[in-house]
Design a protein around this ligand. Structure first.
Ligand code: NAD
Ligand code: TYD
Length: 340
């Protein structure tokens, strides 16, 4: 593989993947494509811009003309699609853009790969396509055979994209793989999501809004371990296959928030319980047996280490998140949390 196209490269996981791949594969060239929506940030890619093996292209994956032009002009050996609308709460407010970007954008990329000699394509999906698990059945986990059963417009749009990716494999023989990962955390995470929101609110002396009773469970994975899994799938995964990614690290939201506060040396008085998210999934938990057995993947960073690294990153990158939290973010926060 010479040239990799990474879509959504200016977002949280996409940018971490760019850095992981540039470091891991010294001959690889990467084109990072991103529409720079509210979640995309060129400051995140500033160190990559100095690398001669990286090039940034501003484009929208739903813009068929622009995406085809890029593929016509530049030979691409593989595509990893991270570009998406990714926040469940926003999807409850404005579902349409989720369907457009997440489903129609995926279709444009699949069509491009098909029109250019069946380019290898990897779809970055989520465990949320499986719906949720009950809290009183800790023996249950999501496997690749778990039926798709979505709860939010976000997860429905990701499931729609997954179905399309598989349909292109069956109908056109497209060389595709899909990964479904649990919740990620780490550097460059947009502060609308639980962990970076709690870290930055605590640093700003603001309340920490926990939905409902904080008993919902998420299965947290350090972002670098997700990147490692995608790299393995890209090189050794079998086209037409789905791989679940997760490290058996289940925590209640309240436990996560308390762990953040402990690392910051703060007490729990800033925690406030706010109105629950409509349709709120109770528990996510991945069974990663397939990717372990088939590709030898295992998570390297445990939660205590990963959370400490993450908190340290936010402490030392105050400029990054203060900039992100100004502007449009302030309006979003006001609207989302004001009457909660
Ligand atoms: P993010 O919101 O931080 O980044 C998404 C990026 O996509 C942004 O840079 C944004 O500008 C870009 N983008 C949005 N619409 C676009 C469009 N139409 N054209 C081009 N670029 C566009 O999201 P993330 O957390 O980095 O998630 C990346 C992918 O991983 C998503 O597909 C998400 O569903 C999936 N995923 C995320 C998690 C998680 O915990 N964050 C877990 C599993 C899977
Ligand atoms: P989030 O980071 O939005 O990821 P997802 O919904 O995709 O799992 O939320 C993680 C969990 O944290 C989820 O159960 C909702 C909860 N949550 C809060 O309690 N308060 C908040 O302010 C946010 C953003 C999330």
């Amino acid at each position: 593989m010479n040239t990799l196209l990474v879509t959504g490269a200016a977002g949280f996981i996409g940018s971490n993947f760019v850095y992981y791949m540039l470091e891991k594969h010294p001959d690889l060239k990467i084109i990072g494509l991103d529409a720079l929506t509210y979640a995309g940030n060129l400051e995140t890619l500033a160190p990559a811009m100095e690398n001669e093996r990286f090039r940034f292209v501003k484009a929208d994956i739903t813009d068929r003309k622009a995406v085809f032009k890029l593929f016509d002009e530049t030979p691409v050996d593989a595509v990893v699609n991270f570009a998406a609308e990714s926040h469940v709460d926003r999807s409850i407010d404005t579902p349409e853009i989720f369907l457009k970007t997440n489903i129609l954008g995926t279709q444009v990329l699949l069509d491009c790969c098909r029109a250019h000699g069946n380019i290898r394509y990897h779809q970055v999906s989520t465990d949320e396509v499986y719906g949720d698990l009950p809290l009183d059945r800790p023996d249950l986990f999501f496997t690749e055979e778990t039926p798709i059963h979505t709860s939010s417009p976000y997860s429905a749009s990701k499931a729609g994209a997954d179905l399309l990716v598989m349909a292109y494999h069956r109908t056109y023989g497209a060389a595709v793989t899909i990964s479904r990962c649990s919740n990620n955390y780490g550097p460059y995470h947009f502060p609308e999501k639980l962990i970076p929101l709690m870290i930055t609110n605590a640093l700003e002396g603001k309340p920490l809004p926990v939905y409902g009773e904080g008993k919902n469970v998420r299965d947290w994975l350090y972002v670098e371990d997700h990147c490692k899994a995608i790299d393995l799938i890209l090189r050794s995964g079998v086209p037409g296959e789905v791989y679940n990614i997760g490290g058996h690290n289940e925590r209640t939201n309240l436990d996560v928030v308390k762990a953040v506060l402990r690392l910051l040396g703060k007490d729990e008085s800033a925690i406030v319980y706010v109105k629950d998210r409509p349709g709120h999934d109770m528990r996510y938990a991945i069974d990663p047996t397939k990717i372990k057995n088939a590709l030898g993947w295992y998570p390297e960073t445990d939660f205590d280490t990963g959370l400490k690294k993450t908190v340290d990153w936010y402490l030392t990158h105050r400029d990054w998140w203060e900039h992100v939290k100004s502007g449009e973010y302030a309006d979003y926060y006001e609207k989302m949390y004001k009457n909660r």
